[in-house]
Design a protein around this ligand. Structure first.
Ligand SMILES: [Zn+2]
Ligand SMILES: [Zn+2]
Length: 325
């Protein structure tokens, strides 16, 4: 990033220096020209580089970027669900049709979530960039290839889901449920804003699944160069956080549309999977996928109960046939 910073200063002279280095738009425009060695940046790379060059303080730029990414994505993604709750047309796809959250419930939830965000995030934000630097997580442009970014994000989805399954299952045991997880289960019929309505200990431990695995990946890249793993870029990490927030908010939305992803991708959990968890209080512990609950026999809901009973009946019939023959 420092090379680009110097490049912009060198390219701009006199009065242009003023406008090209001291405003965000100026830096963005300054990056339109190919930089040294014919480096031509795409619009996302220019936006990214402008942010870092303009703020001129990488710790502040990364901390602020993560805070804003979290807040804008989370509350921005909740907004359409709040609007849909007020439109009767969409109620035909509401999973627990009689339980539309009141404005008061949503407001109380909003206040609690924002308070918890500030409490949990205030410190890590300032430590995040130095940690990324230690782990070799790059903030430079250009970005890695789309193939590298996509494969790392798929890996993070699988790891997070695995971590979430076991941590969430643990949170349903006696002491953990009573003192930590009970708060998240205040709403038997969830809504988007309730996704991060949880005890700070739960926010941090489940948050490890989102941020901790990318950190472990980056550490592996540094410690085991013989594996030849592609290094992690902070843009990939930000994109992963955005997608994970979409998944968390959507799974709490309370709506299952005919066009929801789980109808096209059967492994994808979707809102119905997590809605049943809130409804029955046990089972369906995974976050993004259905396979862990299916393999480990922890699915809940009428469909899974019927499936389980049919399987048991089949086993009994098989045993009986074996006995008769
Ligand atoms: Zn739970
Ligand atoms: Zn939940």
């Amino acid at each position: 990033m420092e090379v680009l910073r110097q490049n912009i200063i060198q390219n701009a002279t006199g009065e242009h220096l003023e406008s090209s280095y001291t405003t965000l738009v100026g830096v963005f425009k300054g990056l339109a020209e190919p930089m040294g060695e014919n480096l031509k940046l795409n619009v996302f790379e220019r936006l990214w580089a402008s942010w870092y060059i303009y703020l001129n303080n990488d710790t502040l730029a990364t901390g602020l970027l993560f805070f804003l990414t979290h807040e804008l994505t989370y509350f921005g993604r909740c907004l359409p669900w709040i609007i849909i709750d007020h439109i009767p047309f969409f109620q035909r796809w509401k999973i627990q049709a009689t339980k539309v959250p009141s404005d008061r419930e949503q407001w109380e939830c909003f206040k609690s979530v924002i308070k918890s965000h500030l409490m949990v995030e205030a410190l890590p934000i300032w430590l995040f960039h130095p940690l990324c630097a230690q782990l070799g997580i790059s903030v430079d442009v250009p970005f890695p290839s789309a193939k590298v970014m996509a494969s790392q994000i798929v890996l993070f989805f699988i790891c997070e889901d695995f971590w979430h399954y076991w941590a969430h299952r643990l949170f349903h045991y006696g002491w953990f449920y009573k003192h930590i997880h009970k708060q998240h289960h205040r709403y038997a019929a969830p809504f988007g804003l309730a996704a991060e309505y949880a005890h700070p200990v739960e926010v941090m431990s489940l948050g490890f699944g989102t941020v901790g695995f990318p950190m472990l990946y980056a550490l592996t890249v540094v410690k085991a160069p013989s594996l030849n793993l592609p290094s992690l870029h902070l843009f990939t990490l930000s994109l992963w956080v955005v997608l994970r927030l979409f998944q968390a908010v959507d799974s709490h939305s309370g709506y299952d549309f005919p066009w929801s992803l789980n109808h096209f991708l059967p492994l994808w959990a979707g809102a119905s999977h997590h809605d049943e968890h809130h409804h029955y209080f046990i089972g369906n512990y995974a976050s993004s996928f259905r396979y862990l609950d299916a393999i480990l026999n922890t699915e809940c809901g009428t469909a899974s109960k019927n499936k389980r009973e049919a399987r048991m009946k089949q086993n009994v019939e098989k045993a009986h046939q074996k006995y008769v023959n």
